[in-house]
Design a protein around this ligand. Structure first.
Ligand code: CUA
Length: 313
């Protein structure tokens, strides 16, 4: 229980928390009212229809259309309210606003590393601005972990072979606990962290001071693009080459060899680097060297960031 938590729920510190908590309490109080109603009726009937002499018995009730109708219609309405409310919040929880601030998260046995768009990095604690949507793009360098921040009511598995993401909109400044909630080895229970929610000004100040490397992920990706000789086959200005151009690639819909299409998101680009034959763009042959499969996670993230920066949006 957090300092401002209740008996039922820990402290809530995100926009989503108030939505989920509202739904939780709706279900809770409706259940409570129905429970009290059913138990009261049970006790009442047990008393009224207890075993008695024939002449003392109350009149036999055959049916009651009103009660029958109500017992079908009212629960149906309640279930529809819970479904609509839950579904809307679920969709909102899963789709990050396009303007969300993006932070890269790398999980490993047994720590969390966070990387910001300006190249700053932090381990074990992530700094975020208050009152602004923040999206975490997460991947693991070893086994499956899970990113859980109870105060924000978010939890998402972090996988070794693809990106997953969560987003939140922190509404309070302060420190909030991060847990790993997927058993990931001996020190799983020590795989903790903190979200530090700061004012926009404090956050920007921290970000500037923490910029240890002089390269941002996009700049590092641009460097790798040359070092790893991606430039031999992929142009960045739209001109044709052996492989597809990177210009406008991110976010576009790609026709595939053998039919079907795919939207070029982070996971598609990651897969195409690591396993070029998985989904081949129409009109190209899968002749990319397999050696990229051994690039470290940081490099993959940087290349994805660079290709993302060349999108048309
Ligand atoms: Cu990482 Cu449990």
């Amino acid at each position: 229980m957090g300092e401002n938590g209740t008996v039922w729920l820990p402290e809530g510190a995100s926009a989503l928390a108030s939505e989920w908590d509202g739904l939780f309490y709706f279900v809770y109080y409706v259940s409570l009212i129905i429970f009290v109603g059913v138990v009261s009726a049970m006790i009442y009937f047990a008393f009224v229809y207890r075993r008695r002499q024939a002449e003392e018995r109350p009149a036999f009730v055959k049916d009651n259309k009103m009660i029958e109708m109500a017992s079908v219609v009212i629960p149906t309405i309640l279930v529809l309210i819970v479904f609509t409310w839950g579904f809307k919040t679920y969709v909102r929880m899963n789709v990050a606003p396009p303007d969300a601030y993006q932070i890269q998260v790398r999980a490993q046995q047994w720590s969390w590393t966070f990387e910001y768009p300006n190249g700053a990095q932090s381990v074990g604690e992530v700094h975020v601005p208050v009152d602004r949507p923040v999206q975490m793009m997460m991947s693991s360098t070893d086994v499956i972990h899970s990113f859980f921040v109870p105060a924000f009511r978010i939890k998402m598995d972090v996988l070794p072979n693809r990106y997953t993401s969560v987003w939140f909109h922190a509404t309070k400044q302060g420190e909030f606990q991060i847990f790993c909630t997927e058993y990931c080895g001996t020190a799983h229970s020590n795989m903790l962290g903190k979200v530090i929610v700061q004012s926009e000004a404090d956050f920007q100040k921290w970000l500037q001071e923490s910029q240890a490397t002089d390269l941002t992920p996009v700049e590092r990706g641009e460097q790798l693009y040359v070092q790893q000789t991606c430039n031999a086959c992929h142009s960045t200005d739209g001109s044709p080459g052996v492989g597809p151009t990177f210009k406008g690639l991110f976010g576009s819909e790609r026709a595939l060899e053998g039919g079907g299409t795919v939207v070029a998101d982070e996971n598609y680009i990651r897969e195409s680097i690591l396993n070029p034959t998985a989904k081949v763009a129409q009109g190209f042959s899968p002749i990319m060297p397999a050696s990229f499969g051994s690039l470290p996670a940081e490099d993959i993230d940087a290349l994805v960031a660079y290709i993302k920066s060349l999108s048309n949006e």
